[in-house]
Design a protein around this ligand. Structure first.
Ligand code: ADP
Ligand code: MG
Length: 227
């Protein structure tokens, strides 16, 4: 029992540290990226320097992707457990992801059959929605529809997130959430879904995935309804 408590405390320290680091690292990373872009705008720099700057820029993008999949909303303070209004949280997610959807010709469609409340840390729940929606949009390079529907079922609150994208084979569905599993090569981190599974399980919820190649994917999140 005591060992368990020590382990929990260690986990707490590690996640607190990770959140603080991401918070502090994001700003300098953004300025490095900005200066590299400025260097690349100069046409009179030697070709090889142009190449080095371009590689360095790719690497800063990659570092930012890792932070984003892991810790977009992590704040350097301990976890807070509050009652979340599911509809409000989804609308906030729409605001954040909206510009990316627009850029990719993805239509966002929301239906709230029931507005219920669940228990959780708002920052972590936002990370879950964001990581799933980002994958959905990335799976529709030629545009499509991302729909989010909420319902209730007994004492569960269910959030159904579906896309009309490229879908996945059953083998790939089975590997979803495995750390570093990504089919996006340099563009993916393979951390997004691992974070989703971990947070949802921590909230006492579950994740179900069904997908059909060429037709799309749907992710069903189910949480205990609060109150
Ligand atoms: P990343 O997005 O960085 O690759 P994720 O853990 O978020 O990592 O996703 C892992 C892989 O699962 C993706 O590379 C992609 O191949 C697949 N995937 C996830 N969501 C979807 C989706 N909605 N449609 C199709 N494939 C998906
Ligand atoms: Mg992802």
């Amino acid at each position: 029992l005591q060992l368990g408590a020590i382990k929990n405390e260690k986990m707490e320290i590690v996640s607190h540290l990770a959140a603080s680091i991401s918070h502090e690292v994001r700003n300098p990373l953004t300025s490095v990226k900005g200066f590299l872009q400025l260097i690349l705008e100069h046409r009179d720099i030697p070709d090889n320097c142009q190449q080095y700057a371009s590689l360095a820029l790719d690497e800063t993008v990659r570092a930012a992707d890792i932070i984003n999949d892991y810790l977009t909303f992590a704040k350097p303070h301990p976890e807070v457990l509050v009652t979340l209004d599911i509809e409000k949280e989804i609308l906030k997610c729409k605001e954040i992801i909206g510009p990316l959807a627009l850029k990719n010709s993805v239509n966002m469609n929301m239906v709230f059959f029931h507005t219920t409340k669940i228990q959780g840390d708002p920052n972590k729940f936002r990370q879950v929605l964001l990581n799933i929606c980002k994958n959905a949009i990335e799976a529709m390079p030629k545009g499509g529809t991302l729909s989010i529907v909420t319902t209730t079922n007994d004492n569960k609150t269910v959030v159904h997130i579906a896309d009309t994208g490229q879908g996945m084979s059953p083998e790939h569905v089975a590997r979803l959430g495995e750390p570093y599993f990504s089919l996006k090569e340099q563009k993916g981190t393979g951390l997004g879904m691992m974070v989703v599974f971990r947070i949802v399980e921590g909230m006492g919820g579950s994740v179900k995935v069904s997908s059909e190649e060429q037709f799309g994917t749907s992710i069903i999140l189910s949480f205990p309804t609060a109150g």
